[in-house]
Design a protein around this ligand. Structure first.
Ligand SMILES: [Zn+2]
Length: 480
């Protein structure tokens, strides 16, 4: 298959500010700047059609995105993995430092959340996690492994001589005027040291609750929970499900000028004005419970506890929630209903859970269909079977991305939360206080109109925001 840069030659692409999105038969779809008016784009389309000798259809693309794609696909080999065959690995650290920089910059351009540096017997593979999926960023000769990881260790100011024990550290770098914080962790495998970097874009705008993509009825419930005077509000989901973003969005919704808002986090990821951010200091044994106890003497109104991992933290949170504070925290639990049982397991008495728990928001992330190559199609028989719960008619329209230059062929761009917002009703509160079994809770929740996470994901697919395949992945994926 031709790469995207083959669709339109570089000189034509630059002179028209046009990017080749995808080819469909004889038809070429090109992206043109959204800031140009329709007539201008039409003229450009006609000229492109003449110059390229093929039918051209145009799609407006947001200017910043267009420039980014234009730059990345027409840089030499930018849509292929980085290679460094002729690299000298002698005593000069220059080439290695450049290579590391190139990898970091490329990862940021791809909006990667993590970078994996993995040595094998013969080579070093660098992969980036983009929208939850790993893709190869660089394939390097095996002899680069040691110097590459050493360079990362130098940046993170950790011991470069120690190659057997796992280590972690952090560093920051600037790219495109943004500061990116990196948390590095190394571990030794049979083939040498492996490194993982977590990238945190400090400029990335945090959103308020309205920006999370909740359904309207969920947003109303969520706001009610977050603006309550007291009680416990829990977000649930596995690692990487977007819980931290949701917690911070909740804080964004609060009137911090009139409330004393404090957070306890490990680590503090986003700093917000008007909020006291308190880090956990594991090395000194100052964990969530210790910081939480200290914080309760600071006259707080709202407390965000980054994660409730142990029964002591859970117990103090519940006590705080029952004594006039609003406590917002996250728990490692499969779905909204299982949070009740996680709290029971953490030795919180059912009557306390019933009294303190105001609501739960459980979540997962699914990939969003790329809007530049989305098409509508008739659901297959298999897809209609998966959607059987919704009792739809014979013809069901769904959407999918065909793959284009903007989404680099994946058909997806960015992610979207799948949410379950579970507001505890009076009837549910009474049931919880009796230590019910899960089936009883599920039955009552269903009666109250509560849906499973899978069904919430299928709703997003029916709305055309994600695909049925993405929704299906939630059914098979579990908390890890
Ligand atoms: Zn696309």
């Amino acid at each position: 298959m031709a790469t995207v840069s083959d669709l339109i030659p570089a000189d034509i692409a630059r002179s028209f500010s046009a990017i080749g999105l995808r080819q469909e038969g004889e038809k070429l779809f090109v992206g043109l700047p959204a800031s140009h008016d329709a007539a201008e784009r039409e003229t450009a389309r006609e000229q492109l059609q003449n110059q390229l000798g093929t039918t051209v259809e145009q799609i407006p693309v947001e200017d910043a995105l267009l420039i980014e794609v234009l730059e990345s696909i027409y840089r030499d080999g930018a849509d292929k993995p980085i290679e460094a065959t002729g690299l000298s690995t002698g005593d000069s650290e220059g080439p290695i430092a450049d290579l590391v920089n190139e990898v970091l910059e490329r990862a940021v351009k791809l909006r990667a959340s993590d970078i994996h540096v993995e040595p094998s017997e013969s080579d070093l593979v660098v992969r980036a996690r983009v929208d939850g999926h790993l893709e190869v960023l660089a394939k390097l000769p095996g002899n680069v492994s040691g110097p590459f990881v050493s360079r990362l260790k130098v940046l993170a100011k950790i011991n470069i001589v120690e190659r057997r024990r796992p280590q972690d550290g952090q560093f920051s770098f600037q790219t495109d005027g943004r500061q990116i914080d990196v948390r590095l962790a190394t571990v030794t495998t049979l083939n040498g040291e492996k490194a993982v970097m977590r990238l945190l874009d400090t400029r990335k705008g945090l959103t308020d609750l309205a920006g999370l993509g909740l359904a309207e009825h969920q947003l109303v419930k969520m706001r009610k929970m977050v603006h309550a005077q007291h009680g416990l509000v829990v977000t649930a989901g596995p690692t990487g499900s977007g819980k931290t973003t949701t917690l911070h969005s909740a804080l964004h919704d609060l009137d911090v000028m009139n409330l004393n808002v404090s957070t306890i986090e490990d680590p503090v990821e986003y700093v917000m004005k008007g909020i006291n951010h308190i880090p956990v200091v594991d090395e000194l044994g100052i964990g969530f419970a210790t910081q939480l106890r200290a914080l309760l003497r600071q006259d707080p109104d709202v407390i965000l506890v980054g994660e409730t991992r142990d029964s002591e933290t859970a117990r103090i949170s519940v006590q705080a929630a029952l004594s006039g504070r609003l406590v917002i925290t996250s728990l490692h639990a499969t779905d909204a209903l299982s949070v009740i049982y996680r709290l029971f397991q953490m030795d919180i008495e059912p009557y306390l859970v019933a009294a303190a728990l105001r609501g739960v928001i459980a979540q997962r992330l699914v990939r969003r269909i790329c809007s530049y190559c989305a098409v509508e199609y008739d659901a297959t028989t298999e897809e209609r079977l998966m959607l059987a719960d919704f009792q739809l008619g014979k013809k069901v329209k769904l959407r999918k991305g065909l793959g284009c230059a903007v989404c680099r062929g994946s058909g997806y761009r960015d992610r979207q939360g799948v949410y379950q917002v579970f507001e505890i009703s009076d009837a549910m509160r009474e049931l919880i206080s009796k230590r019910p079994d899960p089936a009883e809770v599920a039955a009552m929740a269903a009666k109250e109109g509560f849906k499973t996470l899978e069904n919430e994901a299928f709703i997003l697919a029916l709305e055309g925001r994600t695909t049925v395949q993405e929704a299906m992945r939630l059914v098979t994926r579990d908390v890890h």
